[in-house]
Design a protein around this ligand. Structure first.
Ligand SMILES: Cc1cc2nc3c(=O)[nH]c(=O)nc-3n(C[C@H](O)[C@H](O)[C@H](O)COP(=O)(O)O)c2cc1C
Length: 323
């Protein structure tokens, strides 16, 4: 391992990085300094989905350095969600200013805040006046539609004692199209008075090395889809040597532990198969022929067929190994 390690965070991905996933990830791989819990938010006025509450319960995150996140449209929602997290003992809470989905932004949540800096200023003033016993960090995009929106927003964020800002250099209207733009991040670095964490499109060691040439002094990173595709990525970004054989063994162990945990936790094979299908939608990228792997999984109409599909996928993977 390097003397001067890179700090790698696992991004929150609603529906993917749930507490089962986070715990198994930490047990089999690790290499992540903080796991961000997908956002807690209201639906239909004052309701919070049970599944979102389960994510933040301390008993589901016992051995994990986790940071919960709130998605909110006004101070009432913000204070109530923060209070729930404070009552559950959280000492850092992340504010979501980046969710690009119209379901959130049409209600004034997520990236919609990037379009209303004055409201954001007022909201943060009220938040910090409350003196909640917790730190706050921010996760944001470069803008709603305009990739220069972040400039006035950072000017406002500079006034508040945030612990750090995770910056994904895409606009919300881009969703995931095009590429994250590291030069916007470099501009943000020159404006922000808080530590910035780079987030976006780190899918491989090669992507990471390219970013390091553009941002040579940057030491903290967040990766989401990259870790879903290759869960050994965080360890390897920190210089851990993993030969192919070990990587393959780890993939099998990771899959099998998730299989076991989800099959114990989820009721009904339909629900379980849906979860494993979703997991494979990124995990298949760890295999030589991702298309074939995902096709085999998708075709599995019951757990027996799923098991046969997995045997076949891993048989292909191990075919040249003396395991
Ligand atoms: C399916 C999905 C769910 C996501 N859920 C959240 C979320 O709950 N909170 C959040 O801040 N970002 C969420 N994101 C955005 C990611 O955290 C991350 O910022 C984005 O994927 C870019 O990073 P990456 O290129 O490393 O994946 C989600 C992204 C995806 C694709």
């Amino acid at each position: 391992m390097s003397q001067n390690p890179e700090i790698v965070y696992q991004a929150p991905l609603q529906g993917f990085t749930d507490f089962t996933y986070r715990n198994v990830f930490q047990e089999v791989y690790g290499g992540v300094s903080k796991y961000f819990i997908p956002y807690l938010s209201y639906i239909r006025g004052k309701e919070i989905k049970k599944s979102l509450l389960k994510e933040i319960f301390p008993e589901n995150n016992k051995a994990l350095p986790v940071v919960p996140q709130v998605l909110f449209s006004n101070t009432t929602e913000l204070f109530e969600l923060v209070s729930i997290l404070v009552d559950n003992g959280y000492k850092e809470i992340n504010l979501n200013l980046g969710c690009p989905y119209p379901m959130a932004t049409n209600r004034g949540r997520g990236a919609a805040w990037l379009d209303k800096p004055d409201d954001l200023n007022e909201t943060l003033q009220q938040l910090f006046a409350k003196e909640f016993p917790t730190k706050f960090s921010v996760k944001m995009r470069a803008g709603m539609k305009n990739n220069q929106d972040f400039k006035p927003v950072l000017g406002i964020l500079n006034k508040f004692p945030l612990s750090e800002i995770i910056f994904h250099p895409r606009t919300a209207s881009q969703m995931y199209d095009g590429k994250a733009n590291p030069s916007l991040f470099a501009e943000a670095l020159s404006i922000a008075s808080h530590p910035l964490v780079y987030n976006g499109d780190i899918f491989s060691e090669a992507d990471f090395q390219e970013l390091k040439t553009i941002l040579p002094d940057q030491k903290s990173w967040m990766t989401g889809r990259g870790l879903l595709m290759d869960p050994s990525l965080a360890l390897r970004l920190n210089g851990m040597e993993m030969d192919l054989k070990l990587r393959k063994q780890k993939l099998k162990e990771f899959h099998d532990r998730l299989f076991q945990e989800y099959s114990e936790r989820l009721q009904g094979s339909g629900h379980f198969l849906m979860k494993m299908n979703q997991f494979w939608s990124y995990f298949c990228e760890s295999f030589e022929n991702p298309h074939k792997a995902i096709k085999l999984v998708k075709k599995s109409s019951n757990v027996l067929k799923y098991n046969a599909a997995v045997v076949e996928i891993f048989r292909d993977l191990f075919v040249n190994d003396d395991l």
